[in-house]
Ligand binder design. Sequence first.
Ligand SMILES: [Zn+2]
Ligand SMILES: [Zn+2]
Length: 161
Amino acid sequence: MVTDYQQLRQVSEKASKEEADSIYGKLQNIVSTHDSAVGLSAIQIGIPKRVFIALIGEEWELFVNPEIVEQEADIIEGTEGCLSFPGYEVATRRSRQITVTADNLESKLVLTDFDAVVFQHELDHLNGVLFFDRGYIVKSPLTRNSLCFCGSGKKFKRCHG
Ligand SMILES: [Zn+2]
Ligand SMILES: [Zn+2]
């Protein structure tokens, strides 16, 4: 699992079908060992390709070169975690309903509430955006005087805390 802040800032590139197939298996292996997992993107396992898996309803779905094509104005507020940053929770605001496409989908898919939040979190990973950019930290394993997780060299309380 990639936990390096700078490495996760990388913007991922489009994936071919063959690349996506091989990444899919690797992502599935990892989430099968993380009970709390609801999504995982290729960049989080060190592969900067536009592929992620997400728990939609009860099923793990693959998204290859995904995009949001429509976004409702209605906002959902909640807290999110990230497998790359265990112990952190961030309060975020996301679109409550989105319409999405992906190369491996037959048709557009409408996602709402939790499913929509997970999709937006994972799509952000493909663009080098992290949940820290989408809200404020409500829980962290750091004390106020520890060095910040982002590598700035500043104390957590003066940087992201
Ligand atoms: Zn994440
Ligand atoms: Zn920081």
